[in-house]
Design a protein around this ligand. Structure first.
Ligand code: G3I
Ligand code: 9MR
Length: 559
């Protein structure tokens, strides 16, 4: 037990469900054969096994072997010991292993709330003063319309800070809220009782829906009531310094309406209208009206794409914060039409879908068609008016994509789907892992094939430590976790631990931040430094799919 922790042993640093596949990956050590699982409570050997004889190569060429201890399923607290080498970080085997993780992944959104103080009773040591009241946000010259002129001020409070910065962007809020509402729709029984310990806890509404509403309230303020168009973002002209929210007081602007923001808004509001109907019937009506108005604006303005560089010519002040620039709205039309159709059953929206590209595209902020298709599949029993072959094609595409993303997993060094393609390592690669996990869970629901559940868990293991850097990429969960995320709420409070429950962006070989990275290999391009916004920032659109994955697995396992 006094063995040193050996970093060549990579495994999920939280642990496993009793009947789950359990793997550790061992780097180097070609000569070692035997491993054992040591029980930290009884201080005894609990299981003995041998490493695989197959060597897989990492991206950097290192030999990797697996230790498979799936046959061991006694609940408890353990370390993995490699004979003559060392031990792993501790882990547990437990039937609710991801419960606290799931709760923290959603509580993270509470920590991101703008326009409110956080009290110690809910936020603990992360209590903070109110920042960004956003009661006097200004119309930027790019956002002028018949009814609103430059310099006019309107309130735009609440919402979640997007990421490590303090701005609020509709496009990114869109996929975030859509993913969280889908999590609720897919596992509503589980969320009836799940407590997040937020100010609204104890009312008659599931906490997840209370939390999401904080952002919906803000999103509503981003629609111009005169014409239904939705502003792209609410932002300072430049990023604020790394200061606490109440000290970040630069003027905030409503910036340019865009087609993508307006359609994402329409999709989210349409979905919210049906989800909240049973809890807040009046809001539900408001949401649907807002969605329809947004849709109508987009119909009249289908080409208003947000191009930040063009916008900066001639406008004062220049706006240089997150662009979320996306030069095709094709997928946003699909998403909005799908959600509006599911909620209203109005065939107008089907017209938009009939000739849509049904091929699978992994969701990301600039690729949202499958948020809509997931919703159509989720509600397939209630929308039987749609042509059956068309719906069948969606299901076929879903399952074959899940197979494709899962293929060759066993041949990768870390036995995870994200590792099967170097192209998965983009800015926010950890959200690629999480979104693949969601794909697998939908494929599992549609087919009942256990391999898909296993693949979702493979990517969760990857996120929590079975990977090329040995980090568990979620703050506060695991033994080696990000301590210096690019997160103004954290960097401005160096005296306390980073806020828990946040997944960082993860390995990104393009390294656009210019920080020092110790490696340039795709899955090693990560540095736990606060300068590293390209690998170590947190963001709501990454936490949402991560929250989906952790909570859905927990819901499935608790059934
Ligand atoms: O479109 C290309 C694709 O063709 C290519 O294969 C791929 C290879 O890396 O790059 C793709 O473009 C990338 C784009 O994201 C779409 O994924 C760009 O290189 C990359 O620089 C860009 O990164 C975005 C980043 O902002 C910079 O604009 C991230 O997706 C996005 O998550 C991030 O979002 C920021 C906000 O702007 C501000 N708030 C924080 C937030 C998180 O970092
Ligand atoms: O903090 C900003 C982060 O949220 C963005 O993702 C990133 C890329 O747009 O930019 C960060 O801000 C940096 C800016 O781009 C350059 N100057 C330093 C800023 C803070 O590190």
């Amino acid at each position: 037990e006094n063995l040193p922790v050996d970093e060549s042993i990579r495994l999920n640093q939280l642990g496993f469900y009793p009947d789950q596949k359990k793997l550790a990956v061992i780097l180097n050590h070609e000569d070692v054969e035997d491993f054992l699982i040591w029980d930290l409570d009884s201080k005894d050997i609990a299981f003995e096994g041998k490493l695989s004889t197959t060597f897989n190569k990492t991206f950097s060429g290192t030999n990797a072997r697996v230790a498979d201890f799936s046959g061991f399923n006694e609940p408890g607290r353990y370390v993995f010991i490699l004979n003559r080498v060392g031990k792993s970080y501790p882990f547990e085997i437990q039937s609710t292993i991801n419960q606290d993780l799931g709760i923290a992944s959603i509580k993270a959104f509470y920590f991101q709330r703008a326009s409110t103080e956080l009290n110690e009773s809910h936020a603990g040591i992360w209590a903070r003063k109110m920042g960004h009241p956003d009661d006097q946000a200004m119309i930027h010259p790019s956002a002028v319309s018949d009814s609103r002129k430059a310099g006019d001020v309107f309130p735009s409070p609440k919402g979640w800070y997007d990421a490590g910065d303090y701005n609020k962007y509709i496009v990114n809020s869109g996929i975030t809220v859509g993913t969280l509402l889908s999590l609720f729709e897919d596992y509503s029984t589980y969320f009836q009782k799940l407590e997040l310990d937020i100010p609204e806890s104890g009312n008659q509404v599931p906490d997840l829906l209370d939390e999401i509403r904080w952002n919906l309230d803000w999103m509503l303020t981003m629609q111009d009531p005169a014409d239904g168009g939705v502003y792209h973002k609410l932002t300072t002209a430049q990023f604020e310094g790394m200061v606490e929210p109440h000290l970040a007081v630069s003027q905030r602007y409503f910036v340019a309406k865009s087609t993508t923001a307006t359609l994402d808004f329409a999709a989210v509001m349409a979905q919210a209208a049906r989800v909240y109907k049973a809890y807040f019937p009046e809001e539900s009506v408001i949401y649907l009206k807002a969605a329809e108005k947004a849709w109508n604006w987009a119909k009249k303005n289908p080409e208003m794409l947000y191009k930040q560089n063009e916008m900066n010519e001639g406008f004062d002040p220049d706006v240089v914060t997150g662009a979320y620039g996306d030069f095709s709205a094709t997928d946003e039309w699909v998403w909005a039409a799908s959600e509006l159709f599911v909620t209203t059953h109005n065939m107008t929206y089907w017209d938009e879908l009939a000739n849509a590209d049904q091929s699978f595209k992994l969701p990301s902020w600039n690729q949202v068609s499958w948020l809509g298709f997931y919703s159509l599949l989720r509600h397939q029993d209630k929308i039987s008016v749609l042509p059956q072959e068309w719906m069948a094609m969606l299901k076929i595409n879903l399952l074959s994509a899940a197979r494709e993303h899962s293929e060759d997993t066993e041949a990768t060094a870390f036995h995870s789907p994200i590792e099967t393609d170097a192209k998965n390592f983009i800015w926010g690669s950890n959200a690629v892992a999480a979104n693949q996990g969601i794909l697998f869970l939908y494929a599992y629901k549609q087919s009942n094939e256990p391999i898909f559940l296993e693949r979702a868990l493979d990517n969760l293991d990857y996120i929590l430590g079975k990977n090329a850097t040995g980090y568990s990429y979620v703050t506060g969960f695991g033994s080696k976790t990000p301590m210096r995320p690019h997160h103004r709420l954290a960097t401005s409070r160096p005296d306390i631990a980073p806020l828990p429950g946040f997944i960082v962006g993860g390995p990104n070989p393009r390294q656009q931040d210019g920080c020092d990275y110790s490696s340039s290999f795709p899955d090693e391009s990560y540095t736990d430094e606060s300068c590293s916004y390209a690998s170590n920032e947190i963001a709501i659109n990454w936490n949402a799919p991560f929250a989906y994955l952790a909570n859905a697995l927990e819901a499935i396992n608790s059934q």
